[in-house]
Design a protein around this ligand. Sequence first.
Ligand SMILES: C[S@@+](CC[C@H](N)C(=O)[O-])C[C@H]1O[C@@H](n2cnc3c(N)ncnc32)[C@H](O)[C@@H]1O
Length: 197
Amino acid sequence: MATALIDDAGLDDLEREFLGRVRGRVLEIGAGDGENFGAFDPGVEWQGLEPDAKRRAELATRAREWRHTATPLDARAESIPLPDHSVDAVVGTYVLCSVDDPAAALAEVRRILVPGGRVIFVDHVVAPPGTLKRAVQWVATPISKRVCHGCHWDRDTERALAEAGFVGGDIRRLRVRSMPFGPVPMLLFDGRAPGGD
Ligand SMILES: C[S@@+](CC[C@H](N)C(=O)[O-])C[C@H]1O[C@@H](n2cnc3c(N)ncnc32)[C@H](O)[C@@H]1O
């Protein structure tokens, strides 16, 4: 199936649009150094989670600048130190490619969400079966895991989300212009945990 081809600026706009949809108590997993603050609705009650100490320190500084009072959690998405059903939404950009165990992370996300809670994930994903791009991703992943903070190029994140029980409401499968290996397959997923109204 042909997917839309966009550039980095178009992707940035879409990311902001998706992240801007969450409301209430929001957990951002793998929040890095806080690139996403400008995209959130000013009324959200933001909480971040980031295992890397240096990034977490920067994240804490930027969180204060954006008037978020919660101290970022020193934790991994596979073991989130929050009670069951305690957040309204979970977001993650370029983090499901990096976690050690996506199924465990998504089980935790589901546990802490209220029934019907919202998830927004943005990530590069595996190319369709039988493509040269997929072969390149398969070859590149052992290297990128080592040199790019655990990044996997060969993850089927849409399938992982479905297997974890999340139901997509707005799913965008795109290709983003990139050099030197050509367009990168990208997923933007706005979905819900089971339950709710
Ligand atoms: C590519 S960066 C993306 C950062 C940020 N979300 C952004 O879009 O700028 C991936 C982030 O995931 C974090 N990370 C790696 N393993 C993780 C895990 N198991 N649980 C949560 N975060 C993790 C890394 O420390 C890093 O900050």
